[in-house]
Design a protein. Structure first.
Length: 123
């Protein structure tokens, strides 16, 4: 994992994942996605990587079909006469995968960690 629960709550200001134990589970799964996408280049001292892990962990947590409406994906919200509509069930695997990949690109696109090729380094 790149971030801990203290970073999640104090620096990322996360409120979706309610406990440290839950964050450890979903954060470690998020770290696996980041590790794969960055070809092992991600490091725990990079704040963008930590924030990316937090967001991906939230996506994974929200996808967990626990039966609690607060944990499900929100389909729509209104403000006047406030209403909220939830998805019937968790996201499909392909929808979740696409959302995770989009999130990783959003946070890490300009870091060079997503580059698939090899770079020539001048010594």
């Amino acid at each position: 994992m790149y971030a801990d629960y203290e970073f999640y709550t104090a620096e990322y200001f996360g409120i979706t994942i309610p406990s440290e134990a839950s964050y450890k589970y979903y954060g470690s799964r998020a770290a696996e996605y980041i590790e794969q996408a960055t070809f092992g280049r991600a490091t725990a001292d990079n704040v963008k990587v930590k924030k990316c892990e937090c967001r991906v962990a939230e996506l994974l947590y929200a996808n967990n079909d626990s039966g609690n409406a607060d944990d499900r994906e929100v389909k729509s919200e209104s403000l006047g006469g406030w209403s909220r509509t939830y998805a019937e069930s968790k996201r499909s695997d392909s929808d979740l995968e696409a959302k995770i990949q989009t999130t990783i690109r959003q946070y890490l696109a300009l870091t060079g960690m997503l580059y698939r090729g090899q770079r020539e380094w001048k010594q």
